[in-house]
Write a protein that binds this ligand. Sequence first.
Ligand code: KE4
Length: 428
Amino acid sequence: MIGARSEELFKKSVEIIPGGVNSPVRAYKSVGMTPPFIKSAKGSKIIDVDGNEYIDYVGSWGPMILGHAHPEVVEEIKKACEDGTTFGAPTEKELKLAEIICGAVPSVEMVRMVSSGTEAVMSAIRLARGFTRRDKILKFEGCYHGHSDGLLAKAGSGALTTGVPDSAGVPADYVKNTITAAYNSCDELEEVFKHYGRDIAAVIVEPVAGNMGLVLPKVEFLESIRKLTIEHGALMIFDEVISGFRVSFSGAQGYYGITPDITVFGKIIGGGMPVGAYGGRKEIMDMISPNGPVYQAGTLSGNPVAMAAGIKTLEILRDNPEIYEDIGKRAQELEMAFMKAAQKYGIALKVNRLGSLLGVFFTDADVVDLKSAVKSDLERFKRYFKYMLEKGIYIAPSQFEAVFMSFAHDEADIDKTSKAVDYAFSKL
Ligand code: KE4
């Protein structure tokens, strides 16, 4: 039950903030509820303004892999603030975060910090076009790469037709160079390259797709992108905003052993502060201003407070590699609870999992792309969501997001969540 204070605040917010939120998914539109206004969070718990406590599996959409308000991260943020929050000048902290990222991800010899995943993707696309002197970009249905105009495109009538805008306000011209194909479809990929090969500047892909629910790549799909981009002189961009430092300390590229040309980061590298980054081998990154002709800039890029949070977060992950095994195990326990409840109550369910990332779909067909993801029973998801919230479990208010396990979730959390899953499924 959403409390009176959240209702009261939401009524005011919708008057002066579009939808009452600063990012659409937070508005709870797809579940038809007032969103709880959050007052604070600590570890695996999040507390709303009415004092309701929830176990949090959103983790601010991925950054909070260590849990909320990690004491060592908070300490570093406080210390950085006391020395001045931003200078608009080079600092040792941005060098340190760059060194950690380049040390963790071998394909990244140089990296540029920005302030969001969107900004990092937008810059990476411009860089790929500048480096190859080509215009076309291939993306995949169901992958989300932030809200830059050129990527708010959906497939035209067929995979080979140029993109059409996926948002008002995006001129058709801005997406005419954006081609869209089905995720995990080697056939469509090959067809696009046969048709556009030499015009393609880059293929951008979520190597683990977290924006259509969780959809895992077929390794041969990623390998085909690598092979075809090399054959046609195009670049491969891994959008690791979700998977970076989540799937492993060297991201999905380390996990799958595939080396992209450019990698985009976000979320975890900021440790809860606004940070995005893009990086790759030196010959490509040297194209970026002031060294080269591809312009990109940002007032708060690399600010010391955000860098401090990112440095401490990545240092903890680097120095405690067992964290990845632990959060994977907890996610597996949760996966088992879903499967058990689905069997017990005869609910059609598919669960995709990779490490600490989980995707739950109310469908009986494997979910391998957007077409299969949208076959999920959204009405059933809405009911499941409400029952889970009722039992104090805070998950994404959309079928097309992922479940994020953190290092702060303990066995008691998993036990309580498993009981909530059983309760929710018994009512579905
Ligand atoms: P931001 O601009 O939101 O920092 O990052 C954009 C982005 C880029 N690439 C991937 C793979 C992403 O998942 C995102 C943003 N993720 C969403 C959640 N799926 C952010 C949540 C929101 O939009 O409020």
